[in-house]
Design a protein around this ligand. Structure first.
Ligand code: ADP
Ligand code: MG
Length: 270
């Protein structure tokens, strides 16, 4: 299966945020997107999942040739697209077990049912593998969870739902070192011919545990560099300035800075 994004442009409140983005992800692959804050990484994730807040003004997203942009969020989920959100929501009054069970049920054909025995066994196994509180299935979704627990809970959902395309938006933020290792290893263990992941992060630490095949750098709404793991080390050592320099973005920044400094100086002189 493949998810193909071509020349994607998207805006929110008339502000263009995604500015011509191309990306192809095939099952069997794990991709990472790195980039400074505010470059549109979460926006991209939200658009792939179908958040109506964002308006796609140009370009396409297809899943095995089918137009994803015309699908409802539910349809996207049924086709195997999954998003672990940067800021997961709390759902009052619904337990984790019920939430996951109904999401799994929604993906089955009419008339088919999840075996409760299998479900409980699988959920217990996933909870153990993520070293989470054994009570977790019976607690309300994300209610009173710490930041790290919420992130782990997103990974629990992923493990249970077994999506084909998992987009993981900064699942490393709020995790301590031990949790980072557990989450990273659990993601890495998902690798299979029918699974692909897009791991969004701006730190290299998580990628110590996830063996990524491709790394993309996103700056200002576009993917500006793609390569292998060597990119992670360079970002870790040097940040993003080398790419900005290579692309001439720094000069733009510098020019703006000079104008701003210039006008401030002029004000002072008066
Ligand atoms: P990242 O995940 O890479 O840090 P985001 O996708 O969250 O970046 O945000 C990209 C840009 O879009 C930011 O400049 C942010 O301020 C802007 N943005 C996001 N939502 C809105 C909104 N509702 N209205 C205006 N600007 C927004
Ligand atoms: Mg973000």
């Amino acid at each position: 299966m493949e998810l193909v994004i071509k020349d994607l442009h998207a805006q929110v409140d008339n502000k263009e945020i995604i500015k011509g983005l191309d990306l192809t992800i095939k099952t069997g692959e794990i991709h990472a997107i790195m980039g400074p804050n505010g470059t549109g990484k979460s926006t991209l994730a939200a658009i792939i999942m179908g958040d109506p807040k964002y308006e796609v003004t140009k370009g396409t997203i297809t899943l095995n040739g089918e137009n994803v942009l015309e699908m409802s969020v539910d349809e996207r989920s049924r086709k195997g697209i999954f998003l672990a959100m940067q800021y997961p929501n709390e759902i009052a009054g619904i337990t984790n077990a019920d939430f996951i069970k109904s999401a799994m049920q929604a993906r089955l054909e009419d008339g088919k049912h999840i075996s409760l025995f299998k479900f409980v066994r699988e959920m217990d196994k996933a909870v153990r593998e993520l070293k989470m509180d054994p009570d977790l299935p019976h607690r309300y979704v994300n209610e009173g969870f710490s930041g790290g627990e919420k992130k782990r809970n997103e990974i629990l959902q992923m493990k249970m739902l077994k999506p084909h395309f998992a987009i993981l938006d900064e699942i490393d933020s709020g995790l301590d070192v031990d949790a980072l290792k557990i989450v990273g290893e659990n993601v890495d263990n998902m690798r299979s011919d029918s699974f692909a992941a897009l791991v969004i992060t701006h730190y290299q630490r998580l990628l110590d545990y996830i063996n990524v095949d491709y790394v993309h750098i996103m700056i200002d709404g576009r993917i500006v560099r793609s390569g292998g793991k060597e990119i992670i080390e360079r970002v870790d050592a040097e940040g993003y300035d080398w790419i900005k320099n290579e692309l001439g973005i720094e000069e733009e920044f510098e020019a703006t800075r000079r104008i701003v400094l210039g006008s401030c100086a002029a004000k002072v002189e008066k």
